[in-house]
Design a protein around this ligand. Sequence first.
Ligand SMILES: Nc1ncnc2c1ncn2[C@@H]1O[C@H](COP(=O)(O)OP(=O)(O)OP(=O)(O)O)[C@@H](O)[C@H]1O
Length: 374
Amino acid sequence: MFLKELILKDFRNYLELNFNPDQGINIITGPNAQGKTNLLEAIFLSGMGFSFRLKDKDVVKWGNEHSILKSSYQLSDFTVDVFTQIKLDGLKKILINGSENNRKSLPGYYGIILFRPDDLQIIKGPPSQRRDFIDNDIGFISSVYRKLLKQYRRIVLHRNNLLRRGEHHKDDFKIWNEEFYRYGAEVLFRRIQLLKKYFPLARDIYGSIAGKNEKLDMKYLSSARISDSLSVDQIINDFIIEGKSREKEELYKKQTLFGPHRDDITFLLNNKDIRNFGSQGQIRSVVLALKAAQMKLFKCETGQNPIMLLDDVLMELDENRQNYLLKLISNNQAFITTTGFSKTISRHIDRVYFINSGTIKEREYTSSGNAPNE
Ligand SMILES: Nc1ncnc2c1ncn2[C@@H]1O[C@H](COP(=O)(O)OP(=O)(O)OP(=O)(O)O)[C@@H](O)[C@H]1O
């Protein structure tokens, strides 16, 4: 899949933009605060239907009422045209090939992968960051998983409300409890199935990046005691047992204390927890492996090469790792923001764009490794 055209109107610091990128590696360069990340945000938003920053409505150019994004994506044998309007009051209108009820055809479902400095939080941050990574970045690939998760979150919210109000003895609670076990088990089962495909990809990629002496392992940490031989029914039984044993604690704390919304992953390098013992470089390499594995998983599941958005991460890697990453994505369309340059980057570029105060210009470059002239 690749982005053929992006037109912006009143988006962040872009008054108007008409962008026809290359199908390969596009370098987006320029000084700080000129609109490089804004451009990646626009590509992400047009493909996924939401911004990777806090609120969608913040994208409206200051002093204006709405932003318009028009984009055209080429998939193997068809085109997807997306029209997005975001209003200052938060209302959003999305048309996909002219239709309003067709969100599942958003190009993001075929893979738009964002890699940015914040992703180090997948390793360093609290468990919620790792759950978000599983649910939003990996789980996004499965429509069944997305639906189950949405339903499960609603059930947990309701169950928590009943616990908070001390209404656990009512019949209503029993019904919600059964739903909690059932949807919790379905979500957990599917999550583990997805991770069984995903973990080996990440492990192999890390081996290629870091060499044979460093072995990456990932373990899923369930907040409930669950058996090894997993089936949905088995997990439901395990949850029932867990529920009974934690009943008093849940009543006391007035919240649901186990289930997929409380689980975590641990990352081990040579059997040691990377959070406690990993260097910055090792953590960066693990995150690089996670993102590359995400790309491979999307390719396996959808048959499309995802679009890669790399925001300010390339220059943080040494030239060997830059080379590894750029070779890996050589069959993908990529948008890479950077303020610096290296010989490795210049060897892999297809096009360079220079951004200045919300305007974009294509730049000539040489493979010497020098930054292109403004
Ligand atoms: N809604 C908005 N309307 C107008 N301008 C905005 C809006 N939101 C952000 N900006 C401007 O966008 C600019 C930041 O752009 P962006 O985050 O893309 O920077 P960047 O080029 O990626 O910089 P860096 O290299 O520092 O990461 C800032 O000048 C900011 O004032």
